[in-house]
Design a protein around this ligand. Sequence first.
Ligand code: 531
Length: 354
Amino acid sequence: MAGLFDSLQLKSVTLRNRIGVSPMCMYSAAEGLIDDWHLVHLGARAAGGAGLVIAEATAVAPEGRITPGDAGIWNDAQAERWAGVFRFVRAQGAVAGLQLAHAGRKAGAAVPWAGGAHLADTAGGWPTLAPSAIAFGGSLGRVPAAMTDADLARVQADFAAAARRARAAGAEWLEVHAAHGYLLHEFLSPLSNRRMDLYGGSFENRIRFPREVVRAVREVWPENLPLTVRFSCTDWAEGGWTIDESVELARRLKSEGVDLIDCSSGGAVPDAKIPAAPGYQVPFAARIRREAGIATAAVGLITGAAQADAIVRAGDADLVLLARESLRDPNWPLRAAKELGATALPPRQYLRAW
Ligand code: 531
């Protein structure tokens, strides 16, 4: 079985190792336009040896931003900024990825360092969309509008247009965000989807809109490049979305041309009991990989080199994604290679330090 520092080929893309930087919101864009912060943040992690750098949740439409500081890709000026970042990431030997997102009923909130609560329209917030007119709750109390058929068609087209722009900007790996209580996950979970039409009720109906979005993205995203989807594999809540449903959805998406499932969890409701512990989401990646026969990424409280290597060697996941650990140490892959006795090349400018 492969180890952490073996390369990974998915479609025509080859990662130099099985370490990816998980998409992490910087909340530092203006009108969806990223800036030098994003170049330095993502560029440093590519230079630090990651095989894959997935840029943060990037809104496909302005009303789909979690906060006014979210990155966007609903226009060409935004895509042009991304092009500079992707060019630099690729020049460091990493594969450049982007996560496409719509925050649904969790949109229009303050940035975390301003409290993270929903903003009134007079304070920079905006009306939100969701499958049903049910608020998330807690500090995210705004009641969203239940999406009409026209809304569904428009958001689907927004995802496809964003995917086209991502490709034109040089992204080589695309992730559709269907997790963490954002719009597509809101359709999947019975806790947020109470629709009585073709898009709610049964499993088939709840997966319909996420599937339509993925299909629309797959049509415009090149066949030879990886398309991935992030799941919340369970809601960790009574009556919510389950790992069994995730396995079945993974099978369906595989047949729609999805190449990998990024296995996270939670975020559907504020009162979920999440048993967070080192590697607590790895069993989801393992089950989906084995039972749906699709590549998976493991994410969540993965911090150690030996821990990450063991996940890959056990065949629990094809790829490990680091989030907060990568913020703490952008050079984590280079350090992990030393610890495991593997080879990972630092940028030539830094060679004498390694
Ligand atoms: C953390 C989070 C993890 C799991 C469930 C819910 C939330 N996140 C995820 C984010 C943004 C901020 C914090 C995204 O997925 C965009």
